[in-house]
Design a protein around this ligand. Sequence first.
Ligand SMILES: *[C@@H]1O[C@H](CO)[C@@H](O)[C@H](O)[C@H]1NC(C)=O
Ligand SMILES: *[C@@H]1O[C@H](CO)[C@@H](O)[C@H](O)[C@H]1NC(C)=O
Ligand SMILES: *[C@@H]1O[C@H](CO)[C@@H](O)[C@H](O)[C@H]1NC(C)=O
Ligand SMILES: *[C@@H]1O[C@H](CO)[C@@H](O)[C@H](O)[C@H]1NC(C)=O
Ligand SMILES: *[C@@H]1O[C@H](CO)[C@@H](O)[C@H](O)[C@H]1NC(C)=O
Ligand SMILES: *[C@@H]1O[C@H](CO)[C@@H](O)[C@H](O)[C@H]1NC(C)=O
Ligand SMILES: *[C@@H]1O[C@H](CO)[C@@H](O)[C@H](O)[C@H]1NC(C)=O
Length: 489
Amino acid sequence: MMRFSVLWIVAVKGVLSAANNKSVPQAFASSADGLYKLTSVDAPVKGRNSGTPGLNFECAFSVDDTPSGYRQTVRGFGATVTDGTVELFNELSDPTRSALLDELLAESGAKFNMMRHTIAASEMSPEPAYTYDDANGTVDTSFKHFNISERGRNMALLLAEMTAKEPELTIVGSSWSPPAWMKENGGLRENLYMGNNVLNQSYATQFAQYFVRYIHAYGGRNAKVNAFTIQNQPLYTSAGVPSMSISADESAKLIQEDIGPTLHDAGLQTEIWAYDGNTDTPQYPQTVLDGASKYVKAVAWQCHAVADNNWTALTDFHDKNSDIDQYMTNCWTSSTDKWSQAADFTIGPLLNWGKGVMAWALGTDDQNGPHLDGQGVCETCHGLVVVDVESDTYELQVDYYMMAQFSKFIPKDSIVLSSNDETCDEACGLQKSLEAVVTLSPDGSRVAVIVNKLANDTHVTLHTKGNQTWSGLVYGASVVTWVLPAVGA
Ligand SMILES: *[C@@H]1O[C@H](CO)[C@@H](O)[C@H](O)[C@H]1NC(C)=O
Ligand SMILES: *[C@@H]1O[C@H](CO)[C@@H](O)[C@H](O)[C@H]1NC(C)=O
Ligand SMILES: *[C@@H]1O[C@H](CO)[C@@H](O)[C@H](O)[C@H]1NC(C)=O
Ligand SMILES: *[C@@H]1O[C@H](CO)[C@@H](O)[C@H](O)[C@H]1NC(C)=O
Ligand SMILES: *[C@@H]1O[C@H](CO)[C@@H](O)[C@H](O)[C@H]1NC(C)=O
Ligand SMILES: *[C@@H]1O[C@H](CO)[C@@H](O)[C@H](O)[C@H]1NC(C)=O
Ligand SMILES: *[C@@H]1O[C@H](CO)[C@@H](O)[C@H](O)[C@H]1NC(C)=O
């Protein structure tokens, strides 16, 4: 028995060091059919190998891996921790929960390092909806009733536990609705008879203080909030979901006159990210930036208006605002969607100056819940991981693997490189059936993530500006990640 386990340890160590050997090229794949799940596959070879004539498609990309090709740095990848996520994770046994957190955050797992979370209730909260200062229906301008409550406490503790596993974790908060007493309609959701799902401007000061109190409450529990958006989807309100309308002008004014100064006076460095909405209204974040540039660090975009994975709105925005960071903060995953959903919403923003990508819910149960009862709740959206509390198990969804093809191999502070599709659109006959993003890791190695939505295996060649050629097979309906040695290694 003893001898057996020693041999086993030696064998595993051998595999691990080979997998970490950055002086040899490596490849890993996840496929739509589940045959590959971050599986080590044939590495690309230097030069142009022959492929399988007549059987494979062929195409080529080029990348500028010299300083002239350096674009944005990467901050990270992950998903949104909802109240539902927290509740489900906390109902797992300790060993199962710990194994799950490793699959999400550890070196051996997806290495997610960026988590958004809901500031109080979202549609993915069990009933009832709540905020951190419900004040029993009274107006509470001095925050006598402020309390993140048990659900906020559990969320902060989970984020703190994630931080213990991944010390570089970036935490991003987003509010769905402030306390009802700050709003003209007096409720968290839209009241169809009253409209007016807006902030009462008499409470702009309190709205700002609410964020400072939340950041302090989380920080006190070792969940350091790095950034936040003041309103999820400020142009969308619903009778079923906690929500609030904030116009672009109002957002600029609130940040410039109240939220920015209040944060500053509290000594907080927490970044304010503007907007948190769809790419079809780029004038919204532009207005916020123009009115509050002193306080806005980044723009947060969501995916709901993106067609054909066209994220060029971010490149257009970059061209006008080159010093502003951009992130993709919210996109759903669903069993009724195409297998490439998560790969698409990750590669699209990366190719258009996005520094980070977060899927919507991190965890759900097998009924796509728990969620609020009202309309406007996505009834078919599942988390990256689906938890079964009854059997104390969880299942990593295809979307988890597709995001991990990026997050596991592209470390924080990698540089996205300028790349071009030389022949892939042409060869495949379909636009964007094959896309690739190439990054330069801090240790000098290069990572190419190739998304192949064709059913056919495809022979892919990558030409670098440093005059290297790499080529290899990218399986049909899969994402393949190549890890290429540093130039000169
Ligand atoms: C990495 O691979 C190269 C080439 O195969 C080999 O020479 C070197 O010893 C390996 N390094 C480690 C740490 O395994
Ligand atoms: C695609 O694959 C099918 C078999 O799966 C093959 O018959 C066909 O020739 C391939 N197409 C090309 C252009 O390679
Ligand atoms: C909440 O308000 C109701 C009446 O509106 C009152 O009866 C109750 O005592 C209040 N609860 C607390 C904890 O203040
Ligand atoms: C905050 O709420 C929790 C439970 O929701 C309660 O146990 C705690 O006493 C409250 N704290 C204060 C200061 O009221
Ligand atoms: C906004 O708050 C002020 C101050 O409490 C109040 O007088 C006013 O009625 C409120 N406006 C609305 C529309 O609720
Ligand atoms: C992509 O979207 C932009 C608007 O953001 C539009 O101007 C452009 O024509 C679109 N490109 C394609 C190829 O559809
Ligand atoms: C790559 O090849 C081109 C053409 O032969 C040459 O001009 C260029 O200097 C080479 N670049 C490097 C980095 O070797």
